[in-house]
Write a protein that binds this ligand. Structure first.
Ligand code: SF4
Length: 379
């Protein structure tokens, strides 16, 4: 990874971000709202308690910007878990090797991947996200490349959410047909990061921080990043997510950069969520980030309830998962037999989610990524 991002993050430690947020006045918020292009200081004002009285104005501006850049469309995708084997120990995760969960762990075989893909393609999906835990000796790069190639037989758009890799490995996956790489930093706060990542390669903060950039430079055309909301003060982590997104937009300009908003809700028994994020805070942080980053895609998963997801549609979301399972083989091969990563809140089918999107005046789009790649040239 270039040291640029690391140096930028070091210039904005937690105390400095919070001081800026807490000092902001309503006048700072109004100034930020009136601008055409906003910067990090504006973001801090929009995160501040002073912005509470301006939520309606923020919502209107977020809606305007999102419609301008993305139209009235919501892209739909579905996660497909290839494996729940994991040698890492992230204390918040159901797959962690020491989570205490005893349910079955499996890695799908090629014929099972075909079966899952066929089932999802039959539901209408054209965009799939393949996921694994961190077990590079069991779930090798070559296995993931094979899974990408299989998925491409069914879906025009294939992304992965797996462990951090080097440039050559990402390149191999791009050659196999990969378009998107989702990798969350989980938290940008080094101390919190150290406390929740106890085993595995994921313990290496800097290697993980550089993963999206390596993927972009290897030719991945969609890069999704995010913080696991609830691990630490959302204002600090989301400030750093914004810095990371801006860095990627500059360094990997051929790739479309998106932000996801995974919020901790269901966690293993041994873990308590340190900094719960309320619905109101979640709305505020999404609106503020939209005002800073009008061109970034915003992804929303089925971790959130159906009612809350529906409310967020007009406020900046651009893609949603639907009809999801967080178990390998959960769609047709194993049902509920295998260990799930986390419990979901929105249990609607893909068709029901599409209908909900239509009912608020938006078009569900089963694949809307073309515009991001049409002019892209692999690096
Ligand atoms: S978050 Fe990923 S790496 Fe960590 S325990 Fe869960 S599956 Fe493994």
């Amino acid at each position: 990874m270039s040291d640029k991002l690391l140096n930028q993050l070091n210039e904005w430690p937690r105390e400095r971000v919070l001081e800026l947020v807490e000092r902001a006045t309503v006048a700072d918020v109004d100034k930020a709202l009136a601008k055409e292009e906003r910067g990090l200081r504006d973001l801090a004002a929009l995160f501040s308690p002073a912005a509470d009285s301006r939520l309606e104005a923020m919502a209107q501006e977020a809606q305007r910007l999102t419609r301008w850049h993305f139209g009235r469309t919501i892209g739909l995708y579905v996660p497909l878990y290839l494996s729940n084997v994991c040698g890492a120990d992230c204390t918040y995760c159901g797959y962690a090797v020491r989570s205490g969960n005893r349910q079955r762990r499996v890695t799908l075989k090629p014929d099972e991947i075909h079966r899952e893909c066929a089932e999802l393609a039959a539901q209408g999906f054209q965009s799939v996200l393949l996921l694994t835990g961190e077990a590079p000796r069991v779930v090798k790069v070559e296995y993931i490349a094979q899974a990408v190639a299989i998925a491409r037989e069914y879906f025009p758009s294939v992304g992965i959410e797996v462990y951090s890799m080097d440039h050559e490995s990402y390149k191999r996956l791009v050659e196999a047909g990969l378009e998107g790489v989702t990798i969350y930093m989980e938290t940008y706060d080094r101390e919190t990061y150290r406390q929740v990542h106890l085993l595995g390669a994921k313990k290496d903060y800097e290697y993980r921080l550089g993963a999206s950039e390596r993927a972009g430079k290897a030719g991945a055309r969609r890069l999704s990043i995010g913080a696991l909301l609830g691990l630490t003060d959302w204002r600090v982590d989301c400030f750093h997510v914004a810095m990371h997104a801006m860095h990627l937009q500059k360094e990997c300009w051929q790739s479309a950069v998106a932000i996801s908003f995974p919020r901790l809700r269901h966690v293993p028994k041994r873990f308590q969520i340190p900094a719960l994020v309320s619905d109101r805070e979640m709305v505020r942080l999404m609106l503020a980030l939209r005002l800073l980053l009008p061109e970034a895609g915003f992804n929303l998963s089925t971790r959130e309830t159906a009612a809350f997801r529906d409310r967020l549609i007009p406020l900046g979301v651009t893609t949603m998962s639907a009809g999801s399972s967080t178990r390998p083989g959960g769609y047709s091969s194993y049902g509920e037999e295998t260990l799930e990563q986390f419990a979901l809140e929105d249990h609607r089918t893909a068709a029901e989610v599409a209908e909900a999107i239509r009912s608020v005046g938006y078009d569900p789009v089963w694949k809307d990524f073309d515009r991001a790649f049409d002019t892209a040239v692999p690096g």
